[in-house]
Design a protein around this ligand. Structure first.
Ligand SMILES: *Cc1c(COP(=O)(O)O)cnc(C)c1O
Length: 452
């Protein structure tokens, strides 16, 4: 092997405190199984783009129409990002400036709705995102949110969505969410939106890499507007892309200008040009045959994980998965047990998050499920064989903490959780799993060609 690139030399020499924070986090990422389905590992090239001099430049406006001088090279980079986004998704318009997914979604509202308008999205506790109208998000406060839900079997309740749209005549409907393990019914939702004259916005943040790879249906023929974050299955920097489809332009020929104007000058100032460069690099990588393979492998891995977990007696919401994620229904072990499984897995070096399940018998803060996914571990090169190994480790950890039950009484609960946390630190079975997790991680090194 050649000489490794000393990636953090400057910061190591100049700022040891921050350097330590970074390498401690690197060690955590390297030595554990990152199974939060919204996370991933970017390529070294994407990291380098983010660390570039483009961060120094102000460029309010859009390519060719800037409010500052000296943007001839930033223009080149932003145009590359726009063109790559348009080409890879097959859309006529892309805005690559949103700072992240949440402001991008807010821009969709601001471009299409007036305060007080009715909007519909998947309910947060049913897998939806905060920005789809949840009450603690400004989107649920400025607009009249009429959420739709999933059925008791975990699948989208399309009949309910149809009925709610008919009764409430929303201006905007969201399809796509953060905790749903089945294919999004874009076509069904486009009918619902068309029937009531609503705009349909597809939020493909979680599955965008799968769509690019052809491992999930694309919403391009169905939605008017598409939002994707760039840091999840796309493996880019933290950011977002807002797209307008041909269908969107047909409904409103000014839709693209409306979206652009809402992002700037409506909501944002200068674009993060270093991030734009990272998005462009990620889109180039996503256009390769290797990425296509990656997207399909993410789903194969998720299915292998699901099958092995179910074989080991663990219930899954919808009994399986179509995408990169599986949702564990832990009600067999007691209600509100997601916290025990999440924290015990974390102790074992497997990072997941507790999550509500459909009709959760417990509370949103102490839900009865756990959400996990395969995008990041697939980036490391793991395949079905490792998924079966990991499923066995997850089942072992669940079994090790299955007797913990969440007390009803709130004060008692805190004391109980504290003793639980101490208990898992010294639990032999969990420690044993931690060792095996480390061994798997060593077989699939992260950033093998960089030194830090
Ligand atoms: C992650 C996500 C977002 C928000 O993205 P941020 O970059 O965290 O603001 C929006 N919608 C969905 C469905 C998401 O999964």
């Amino acid at each position: 092997m050649g000489v490794k690139l000393d990636f953090l030399k400057g910061i190591r020499e100049e700022d040891p405190e921050v350097y330590k924070g970074i390498i401690d986090e690197l060690a955590r990422q390297r030595d554990g199984l990152e199974m939060i389905p919204s996370e991933n590992f970017t390529s070294p090239a994407v990291l380098q783009a983010m660390g570039s001099v483009l961060t120094n430049k102000y460029s309010e406006g859009y390519p060719g129409k800037r409010y500052y001088a000296g943007n001839q090279f930033v223009d080149v980079v932003e145009r590359i990002a726009q063109e790559r986004a348009k080409k890879i998704f097959g859309v006529p318009h892309a805005n690559v400036q949103p700072y992240s997914g949440s402001p991008a979604n807010l821009a969709v509202y601001m471009a299409l709705c007036q305060p007080g308008d009715v909007i519909m999205g998947q309910n947060l506790l049913d897998g939806g995102h905060l920005t789809h109208g949840w009450k603690t998000s400004v989107t649920g406060q400025i607009y009249k949110s009429v959420p739709y839900h999933v059925r008791a079997d975990g699948y989208m309740d399309i009949d309910e969505a149809k009925r709610l749209a008919k009764e409430n005549k929303p201006k905007l409907i969201w399809v796509g969410s953060s905790a749903y393990a089945r294919e999004f019914p874009f076509e069904e939702f486009s009918k619902i939106a068309d029937d009531c004259g609503a705009y349909l916005a597809a939020d493909i943040s979680h599955i965008t890499g799968l769509i690019i790879a052809g491992a999930h249906k694309s919403p391009v023929d169905y939605a008017h507007v598409i939002m994707t974050t760039t840091h999840k299955t796309l493996r880019g920097p933290r950011g977002a892309i807002l797209m307008v489809t041909d269908k969107g332009l047909k409904k409103d020929p000014e839709l693209a200008e409306k979206i652009d104007k809402t992002i700037f000058p409506g909501m944002q100032g200068g674009p993060h040009n270093h991030i734009t460069a990272g998005i462009a690099v990620a889109l180039k990588e996503a256009a390769t045959p290797q990425f296509k393979e990656y997207g399909h492998q993410v789903v194969k891995n998720s299915r292998a994980l699901a099958d092995e977990l179910m074989k080991r007696g663990i219930k899954l919401v919808t009994n399986g998965t179509d995408n990169h994620m599986v949702l564990l229904d832990l009600t067999n072990f007691g209600k509100g047990t997601g916290i025990f499984v999440q924290d015990a897995l974390d102790e074992a070096g497997i990072t997941v998050n507790k999550n509500t399940i459909p009709k959760d018998p417990a509370s949103p803060f102490y839900p009865s499920g756990v959400r996990m996914g395969t995008p990041a571990i697939t980036t490391r090169g793991m395949k079905e064989k490792e998924m079966r190994e990991i499923a066995a480790l997850i089942a072992e950890v669940i079994d090790a903490v299955k007797d913990y039950q969440l007390p009803e009484d709130k004060e008692e609960r805190q004391i109980y959780l504290k003793s639980f946390k101490e208990g898992i630190k010294t639990n032999e079975r969990i420690r044993n799993v931690r060792g095996k997790v480390l061994e798997i991680c060593k077989r699939f090194p992260l950033y093998p060609n960089l030194s830090f």
